[in-house]
Design a protein around this ligand. Sequence first.
Ligand SMILES: Nc1ncnc2c1ncn2[C@@H]1O[C@H](COP(=O)(O)OP(=O)(O)OP(=O)(O)O)[C@@H](O)[C@H]1O
Ligand SMILES: [Mg+2]
Length: 432
Amino acid sequence: MGMDEAEFLDRTQRIAEAFRPAAPMNRRDLFAGRVQQIADVFSIVSQPGQHALIYGERGVGKTSLGMIAAELLRASNVLSAWATCDASDDFTTVWHKALGEIGLTTTKQAIGFGERIDERAEPLSKLLGSGPVTPHTVQRALEHASRQRPIAIFIDEFDRFRQPDGRALFADTIKALSDRVVSSTIVLIGVADSVGELIREHRSVERALVQIQMPRMSPTELAEIATNGVAAAQMTIAGTAVTRITALSQGLPHYTHLLTQLAAQSALSDRRTHIGTRDVDAAVTRAIERAQQSIVDAYRDAVIGRRGAIYPQVLLACALAQEDEFGYFGSSDVREPLSRILDKPSSPSTFARHLEELSSESHGSILQRSGSAGAARYRFVNPLIQPYVAMRGISEGVVRASDLQLQDKRVGGRNRGREGQGPKTRSSSSSS
Ligand SMILES: Nc1ncnc2c1ncn2[C@@H]1O[C@H](COP(=O)(O)OP(=O)(O)OP(=O)(O)O)[C@@H](O)[C@H]1O
Ligand SMILES: [Mg+2]
């Protein structure tokens, strides 16, 4: 099938727009899955006195979820504001960022001019005054503003907010808003394993703060990302190519965007509009070449060792191990892939020491260990390193791409049994 230059450029452009490996997804037409989590945000916003905490591993899609939820809320007449925290923020600066985004319309009868009405929009942050902001100031400002319309305030990267005792101020604010039944909802978003990590003072807000834990994405959700984007570029993709991409992504949408984009470019460079598995293979090679330096460095630091030491093989087996929806695996999950890589049966005693070393500073602490010695669970500290390690193994010919898919199928799919289940939401009171 011929493709002229204009068509080629047009498709290249569409592919560049449809996939976004490096930025949150704020386009509804390209946003996939997460139906339950969006419903959870909506229900929390509509419940007086409830606030939300969205938390999970790095890169699972927390910001994207928040952005789409904020947009949908706006469409249903809820004012929504957004602040992204950084390490230099304190309670005052965060609230100025957030409320600076909302315009408050004030209507005044202009004196002496009969019918004339003066309407002005001012940022809501004006209500915070010029001094240091306190939970009380915030509560008063929101109480005032939400008389017109309900308000939702999203505070992203809350884990980077490091003001001493600053988080306690947030807990106090949530408490104050809940007690006075103000129609404002605070949605905190951050990287964490638990709520306790994000809100140390959470005991006082247990009942008011509802947790939304973000799991990795299911293969079905990832497949939706790939097929939506491909369709937006008016291209097609083989089912086997989609399956390979979702298996390689290991639940992390960043890789689905990256691999589908690179595979589409591979097809286009041959002037084809259909993406096949060989394009995915080409994408894997490109993805490894283009990997972030920090990931390449972390890999190198992890696998250093004497000649003949099996750190690279054990790390690869870890990357292939069936992890749970939060990225954890146990040594029994490592055994089978390692036996395949070494081409001989291995038992946990052969690699127990390696797992320990990979979790220690001598090997760059690439893994994080949790649980007691007998029942230790491990995961990659930076989840994005895991698919990188697996892709290296594939491109070096140590394992085959189909091994990953096998892994997925044998246990009935990654995140087995999760799809279609009830909400991953619980109030913190029931979990502590
Ligand atoms: N539901 C989704 N549909 C399509 N793409 C998504 C979805 N969720 C996330 N992505 C994509 O995945 C990548 C990571 O998303 P995002 O930045 O939202 O994650 P995050 O959890 O906020 O990451 P971090 O922990 O680094 O802040 C981005 O490339 C984004 O476009
Ligand atoms: Mg984010």
